[in-house]
Each structure stands twice: as C-alpha cells, then as structure tokens.
Design a protein around this ligand. Structure first.
Ligand code: SIN
Length: 526
C-alpha cells in the first residue's frame, strides 16, 4: 500500500443517522473511531428525510409495539424477517430517547411529542421535527454531538482490505486531494446509504450511489432484496427533470390530503382498505397506472383542506412556492420517484455481514426489517437501532484473536465502469415501476455495452463503478424474480406467486466480478 496510513479500532463509512450514531456510541465505548465521508458530514440522505421516525413510545392510546411490527410485516409483502422486525421495532423507544439526549428536538406540545401518520401505519406513531424537517434536525444534532470525533470529510472509501485469513483489517481510501491511503482497523462499518442515483429522478442526494453495497460485494459479502427499489409516491412534479427532486412527505396524506387525477377523481378509494394511506408500494403503483391510463404526466395531491399547511409542512411549502404552486389553494402535481433501497448488504440486526470484520447498518444493509417494501419512517428507526447494536457487536468481536499489523490485501483495482447518465436512463426506462423481461434484458445490454474496465481514481470514478455494479445486480435480481411483490412490479408477471418463490434473492460476485443471483435461504448468509 502507498500513501498515508492511519490506525483505528473502528472505521465508519458514512455520516448519516446510522454512521454518526455508531461513531458516537463507539467513542462512548472507548474505541478509537474514524468516520470517512465523501462529502460534507451532513450531505447524505438523512438530512432530506421529512416524515419522521416511526416509534411506539407508549403514550398513544391503543398503539403497541406489536401493532407497529404487524404494520411493518403487512407492508413488507411476506419477505420480512419477523425476528429482525420485532427486535428493531422494540429497540426504537430507547434509541429515540438517546437521540433526544444527544440534542435532537422533536415537535412537542408540552412534554408530549406530536405524532403524525403515514402510509401503512395503523396509528399516529411517527415523531417529527421542524414540521417536515425531521432528517435535517437529526443530522444537525448528530453532527453537533460528533464535533470532537475524527470525521474525514471529502474522503472516499474505495475497498475493504483484508488480512491473509480473510478478515477485514482496514479500508483503502482516497483523501480530499485524491491521494490514496489506508485506514487500518479490525472493524469497518458501512453506513453509506442507498442507491437512488441509479435512476434519473430520485428523492436522494448525489451521494446515494450504492458505494457501500458495491464495496461489500467486492469484499465477498452477499446482498439481497436488491430488486425492491422503493419509489416514493409523491415527489413534486415540475416537468421532466433529472437528479434529486423535492419530496412531498406522506405525512401530508397522513393529515388529510387526498390524491386526485386530472379530472379531480379520487383514484385510491376502493383500491385498498386504507385508500390514500395504503402502503407506499400500492400508492406508487396506483399513481403510475393512473398516469398511464389517462396519459397524464402527473397526478395531484389535494391538501387545500388542511389547516396551517405552511407551518406544519414548511419544507414542502417552500418547495411548492419555489415552483410557483400554492398548496393551500391548488393541488400539488406529483409523480413517483426512486426513494429507498429496501435491500442491500446482508447483515444481521447487529450489523454483522458474512465477512468477518465488515459490518453494515442503515439503508446500505438488508437486515430483513423491510422485506419487499419498507414501511414509512422505519428507515431512520433502523439507522438508530442498528447503528447502536453494531457497535456492541464490534466491541464483542474485538475480543476475537487476530494477527497484529497484518499484511493487507486489496481486491483487483480494475472494475467495470459505465457512464452514469446511460445507466440512469436505462434504469428509469426499463427497471422502475412496471418491469418486464424484455425491458430488463434491454437495460442489461445497454449497461453492458457502456461498461469499460477501469481503475477508479477519484470520487466520480468510485461512484460510477458502484452504480454500474448496482445496475447489473438490480437488473439480474429483477429479471430472476418472475412475480410481482412489494416494490417489484412485473407487467409480465403481475401477480404475487408464493409457491414459485418466497425467499429473498441473494447476489454475490463471481470470479470475474460479475453479479450472480442465487435463491439460497438467507440463513448463514450473514
Ligand atoms: C416521507 O416523509 O414521506 C418519507 C419518509 C420515509 O421515507 O420513510
């Protein structure tokens, strides 16, 4: 290895809710922790989260942790891991309490936190901050609490480094001047978020390029449920556009807004018992279908009956006003856009992957909480709970025997890299809501033809390589799952097929670094 060389007990990659929660807990546990983050500390997707954190604090009559777990399972389309659901949901109250102790201020009347409701929830149980700026407040509080920690901003994680026994023992990094270096540590925790940037239109910031999933696959870990890319039903529509689009939180519907088509008809009524508050996959698919049926570019979210819209939803209000829309007087034009990766690196609820020394928490991980479709506001919850649990696992595992100052081994430096615009266009055209075998094969061919072998030398190169690998993996998994379930909607296999396939699809890399899809049970994968 060349360049700079730093030693720590734990390297955390990513500085969102999972990464900073883990880093703070690690520091409290006495570990030397280094956080690596490729942009500013608060530039990731956490700060864009609007709705809130789903959690049962015991003060909402009739609501229970079991009801929260049942809603999570109902939304997840039969692919959740019930044990993971029970443990993560049950861990919410204590994790939210510690987050408040770290300075996060939630909206409250007196001592009691306010609650809102979102799609798929049977109760008002979502705590929020700044009206609809929950992620921004959580990120602010965590960055502030972590100001004495070592956070290497503008540093890009390239590859996990292993010792000769195959255990992760460090991380290859490009620093903020593009110089290669090494962080030596017996534990590396990935908290890099998702891969919304696989699509041309997304609620995710530019940092969400799947780097952690790609790095874990290259390190020999498995990924699962990658085909379940969740599209948020209501993203502000201002004409065809690429990149991050403004979210219109589901809490707007939770507090009474309804969806209408161009003619003013409420098309969610009769489609699902919860109508406009059906789980997210149902609403996003219904909007997509109605757009196709009516030839419209968008649908409309009618919030004109809501009291105090600007004060309750200041972020959404500002986005609408910027686009020349007054949501208190006219319906908000909305479309679905890529929002959340329900799958990711296979990890248990303590963040352990199949590769010793490599951990994953938050959106990058597939713990089994979300199944085929994540329940709204369970993502910040998972980041908080698993971020904490992963540190307990790291502390426990640090007691295992290991080689002192081992030789570090990196994967082959050359990887497949395609132009991200080509990838995004192909994924948006053929692998969004409503996929079929022909389109998925076309997208695979397009990505294949655009892919060249290269050694990424900077952030853009690392991101493009990750997006290329993720595109190949998502397309392979989506092509294999010949049924419709949750966020995975196949027009050529429109029904759920429980007999044909219930298991999550596992993706690993073959010797040539290409994704291979397997249907092995997940037991033993993490
Ligand atoms: C929203 O506020 O609608 C998004 C929340 C989430 O993705 O869980």
């Amino acid at each position: 290895m060349t360049g700079w060389d730093v030693t720590a007990d734990l390297v955390v990659v990513g500085s969102g809710v999972a990464g900073l929660t883990a880093a703070l807990n690690a520091a409290e546990a006495g570990l030397r922790v280094v956080v690596v983050t490729k942009d500013a500390a608060d530039a990731g997707s956490t700060r864009w989260a609007q709705g809130g954190v789903a959690v049962v604090l015991g003060d909402v009559p009739g609501d229970t942790v079991d009801a929260h777990a049942a809603d999570t399972l109902a939304a997840g389309g039969g692919l959740n891991d019930a044990g993971a659901v029970a443990a993560i949901v049950a861990g919410g109250p204590a994790a939210v309490q510690r987050l408040r102790g770290r300075g996060a201020l939630f909206d409250a009347r007196g001592a009691r936190l306010d609650r809102t409701r979102e799609g798929g929830h049977s109760a008002f149980r979502v705590v929020h901050a700044g009206g609809d700026a929950t992620g921004a407040e959580i990120e602010r509080a965590l960055v502030e609490a972590a100001r004495s920690l070592t956070i290497l901003t503008g540093h890009v994680a390239v590859d996990a480094l292993k010792d000769p026994s195959g255990r992760v023992a460090g991380l290859a990094v490009l620093d903020d001047a593009g110089r290669p270096g090494v962080l030596r540590a017996p534990a590396v925790l990935l908290a890099t978020g998702g891969y919304g940037q696989l699509y041309a239109s997304t609620t995710n910031p530019g940092t969400s390029t799947g780097d952690g999933v790609a790095l874990a696959l290259r390190a020999g870990a498995a990924a699962a449920d990658l085909e379940f890319v969740q599209f948020h039903p209501t993203v502000l529509y201002t004409g065809p556009a690429v990149g991050r689009r403004p979210l219109v939180t589901e809490a707007v519907r939770g507090e009474g807004a309804v969806l209408r088509d161009r003619a003013g008809t409420r098309f969610m009524v009769g489609r699902h018992p919860l109508a406009d508050l059906a789980p997210r996959d149902v609403v996003a698919a219904a909007i997509t279908r109605r757009m196709a049926e009516t030839g419209a570019d968008c649908m409309y979210l009618d919030a004109t009956e809501l009291e105090g819209f600007a004060a309750r939803f200041p972020t959404v209000y500002a986005s609408c006003r910027e686009a020349g829309i007054d949501p208190t007087r006219e319906p908000i034009p909305v479309t679905p856009a890529a929002h959340y990766a329900c799958g990711g690196v296979v990890a248990d609820i303590d963040g352990r992957t199949a590769v010793p020394g490599l951990y994953a928490a938050g959106e990058v991980a597939r713990t089994g909480l979300h199944g085929a479709n994540r329940l709204a506001s369970n993502s910040l919850l998972e980041g908080l709970v698993v971020g904490e649990r992963a540190v307990r696992a790291v502390v426990a595992d640090l007691g295992l025997p290991r080689t002192a100052s081992p030789e570090l081994i990196a994967p082959a430096p050359a990887v497949g890299v395609a132009d991200r615009g080509v990838v995004q266009r192909a994924m948006s055209a053929f692998a969004a809501i409503g996929r079929d075998a022909t389109g998925l094969a076309t997208a695979s061919d397009v990505v294949e033809q655009a892919t060249l072998l290269a050694t990424p030398l900077d952030r853009t190169g690392v991101e493009d390589a990750a997006l290329t690998l993720l595109a190949q993996a998502v397309l392979a998994a989506a092509g294999t799952r010949r049924e419709s379930r949750g966020c995975h909607v196949r027009t050529d296999f429109p029904d759920r097929d429980d007999v044909w396939q219930k298991e999550s699809l596992l993706v690993t890399l073959d010797d040539a670094g290409r994704p291979v899809v397997g249907t092995d049970a997940l037991a033993g994968a993490a």
